[in-house]
Design a protein around this ligand. Structure first.
Ligand SMILES: CNc1nc2cc3nc(NC)[nH]c3cc2c(=O)[nH]1
Ligand SMILES: [Zn+2]
Length: 370
């Protein structure tokens, strides 16, 4: 089953509070979704993910299709069983990775021919193939197969790409129509061109998906350009369906997205930067390997009550990174994810209590944003 309830919209912004109900449980929105690319949120166990408040995680169709392959996951009884995660899972459709990871790919009307980034073998993914893979994975929310166009790109390129993505979306919808235990989201493209964003949004909404993501953003464009396109596009999206911004992100990007009406977001940022010792704190980011923390026995963030902050000091975590101990990456990941998930919970509370913009400004001042 799939249900989205819009619980409240802010008076002084497009921020909204919602709840998604799926077969694997409820998701309070706005929500940040940790990314578990290859059936694991790197260095975290499912229990630790629950402990820090993860309500839903993401996994990648492209990666799982290549390794371990759909056969093994099918024999395991699907991705939830395979990775022992019994809450909601959203899988992307493989589009983004095919374009960002594999080389000498060829886009045709039928689908995308590419070489595996692992062993160079010839592969092909079509909209129908992407739906079939996601169906075997058994994720609760699946994404239409699209092209995430590069940035910058000409109006002509984006126009052609966006219209092909619309035709692919129709094929996904057609191919998925009688699968009721999975929910298919459409992806709005159109690059940084408002006329193309409007066409994509209107045509996708006409196809009546259960939810919509905004693709083709967070691809290297400046934040204010992303915000402008985002603000424009959400106005064409139905109020009563979830809006998911792909590939976002850092705290400021998340605040800006929520302010413009986004309900869901995902990004590898918090887990990726954690593994090289960059830690999110209320005073901005810190590089824990820095010698300045050698004898700093305070917690990573005095306002954080995560497992890492309750039990370990900066000096200890710096030591772990300095001697390449795996525990360092784990403790930094636990903290970064908790920091983002807690910030999203505070954002939900601020929308509930009608002080979202005040909370955002207060957070920006402390974090050191503009
Ligand atoms: C699955 N399709 C799909 N994924 C995406 C993932 C992204 N991740 C980022 N920044 C890290 N931008 C994205 C855009 C898309 C997009 O346009 N389409
Ligand atoms: Zn912490």
């Amino acid at each position: 089953m799939f249900k989205f309830e819009l619980l409240k919209t802010a008076k002084d912004s497009k921020a909204r509070l919602g709840k998604i109900t799926t077969n694997h449980g409820e998701i309070e929105t706005p929500i940040f979704m940790p990314v578990g690319t290859r059936a694991t949120v790197k260095t975290m166990t499912p229990d630790e993910l629950k402990e820090i408040g993860s309500q839903i995680i993401l996994s990648n169709t492209y990666h799982l299709f290549l390794r371990p392959g759909t056969e093994i996951i099918e024999k395991a009884g699907g991705l939830h069983k395979f990775m022992n995660w019994d809450k909601p899972i959203l899988t992307d459709s493989g589009g983004f990775q095919v374009f960002s990871l594999s080389d000498n790919r060829k886009i045709t009307e039928e689908g995308v021919h590419f070489r595996s980034h692992i062993d160079g073998s010839k592969m092909f993914i079509s909209p129908e193939k992407s739906i079939d893979i996601q169906n075997i994975l058994g994720s609760d929310i699946i994404m239409a197969f699209d092209e995430c166009a590069p940035y910058p790109a000409s109006h002509e390129y984006i126009d052609d790409s966006m219209r092909r993505t619309l035709r692919w979306a129709k094929r996904c919808k057609e191919h998925h129509k009688n699968i009721d235990n999975q929910t298919l989201f459409g992806i709005i493209q159109g690059g940084m061109y408002k006329d193309l964003r409007e066409i994509s949004a209107r045509e996708m909404v006409d196809m009546d998906f259960k939810g919509y993501s905004i693709g083709g953003l967070s691809v290297g464009e400046p934040l204010d350009l992303m915000n402008d396109i985002l603000d424009f596009t959400t106005d064409f999206m139905p109020e009563n369906k979830p809006r998911y911004l792909m590939g976002v992100g850092s705290p400021d990007y998340l605040f800006e997205a929520v302010e413009r009406g986004i309900d869901m977001a995902d990004c590898v940022l918090p887990t990726r930067i954690a593994r090289n010792g960059t830690v999110l704190t209320h005073k901005g980011r810190i590089a824990i390997k820095n010698a300045v923390y050698k004898e700093d026995f305070s917690r990573l963030d005095e306002d954080c009550d995560c497992y890492t902050c309750k039990n370990f000091s900066k000096a200890y975590i710096r030591h772990l990174f300095n001697v390449d101990e795996i525990l360092g990456m784990r403790l930094a990941t636990i903290h970064n994810l908790y920091f983002l998930l807690q910030t999203m919970k505070n954002i939900r509370d601020s929308i509930k209590g009608d002080y979202f913009l005040e909370y955002k400004n207060d957070f920006y001042k402390k974090f050191g944003y503009k």
